[in-house]
Design a protein around this ligand. Structure first.
Ligand code: FUB
Length: 320
């Protein structure tokens, strides 16, 4: 009995150290607590996935579009296509298979299918993705592909004119008024309003004022309680800034997940809870070039700032 009690207390301490659930309730009597320790990260284990772009579409499911690392990868050059996954409980994910491959892009090289982003617009699903041009891998465009259904396959329709040659990591964001913006860039973050056809910029690109100088890549935009959150990978984890308009200026707020070297995240609210999607190399036999998609809970403070997030094996629990 004594040993059982010590074990329960130890597990409770362990969980409180490693969890992101800062609002988790503590039971009055730990002796009667039944604790299920489940390790839900990585959420995808049968293939390598990176750069998760999470969305809640009109079917009420959560969808995730990922890039893919090869099992024998020694760099990111061999990333050859995107996959779609869906879930209704955040733990069980249906793999809808590969939805777009580099061989489907007329101007593209094999491989070099880097971090995608997605949007539902014009009654269609669009996948926007950075991809290198034949003969010059440093020349990246933002490709556009379309599908009538969220699971794809997506069909190539062109690229966004006006940002050719820029190393991208695009993030597409639709505001409540229906205007659509594109954020992108490496070392220098850029943004612009997009035309509704999603194939042209509606204005000259602007540099993003985010109140710091640590931007590296992986721009991301989301809105919460009327505030605009511009976040990105600083090379040493995810950082963010808040503003009152999709254009900024944004006030720098610091780290979201400071312990993670290579962050590429997305954020959604699903069934009343906020979630942080990211990739992590640490588990499931992963490495820098064999990454795995993981999910953590995300909590806002009362002033709208985001509580720091740490990669946990526990991850998030199944929505019942
Ligand atoms: O996945 C390839 C590249 O690595 C992405 O474009 C970057 O954001 C980083 O995740």
């Amino acid at each position: 009995m004594k040993i059982k009690y010590i074990l329960i207390c130890a597990i409770t301490v362990l969980l409180s150290c490693k969890t992101n659930k800062k609002e988790a309730k503590t039971e009055e009597n730990p002796k009667e607590q039944v604790i299920e320790v489940t390790e839900n990260n990585p959420v995808i284990r049968h293939v390598r996935t990176a750069d998760p772009s999470a969305h809640i579409w009109k079917d009420g499911k959560v969808w995730m579009y990922t890039s893919g690392d090869a099992e024998d990868a020694v760099n990111y050059n061999t990333m050859d296509g995107y996959r779609a996954f869906s879930s209704t409980d955040m733990v069980n994910w249906t793999d809808h298979g590969q939805i777009l491959h580099s061989k489907d892009i007329p101007w593209g090289v094999p491989g070099w299918m880097w971090a995608p982003t997605a949007i539902y617009k014009n009654n269609k699903y669009y996948l926007l993705y950075p991809h290198s041009v034949k003969g010059n891998k440093d020349d990246m465009r933002c490709g556009v592909a379309v599908s009538d259904v969220p699971e794809g396959p997506f069909k190539y329709v062109g690229w966004i004119k006006g940002v050719e040659g820029q190393w991208l990591d695009p993030c597409v964001f639709e505001d409540d008024d229906g205007k659509t913006y594109l954020y992108w860039g490496v070392r220098e973050p850029k943004m612009a309003l997009l035309k509704d056809n999603l194939l042209e910029l509606a204005e000259t690109p602007r540099s993003i004022a985010y109140g710091a100088k640590n931007f590296f890549e992986a721009s991301y935009m989301h809105k919460y309680n009327g505030k605009y959150y511009y976040s990105y990978n600083a090379g040493l984890g995810g950082f963010y800034a808040m503003g009152d308009s999709p254009y900024g200026p944004f006030e720098y707020k610091g780290a979201i997940n400071p312990k993670q070297r290579q962050d590429h995240h997305s954020i959604v609210e699903y069934k009343g809870q906020h979630y942080f999607f990211y990739h992590w190399q640490g588990w499931n036999g992963g490495s820098k070039f064999r990454r795995n998609t993981c999910i953590e809970y995300l909590y806002y403070n009362e002033d709208g700032t985001i509580q720091e997030i740490y990669a946990t094996k526990e991850g998030v629990q199944k929505i019942k």
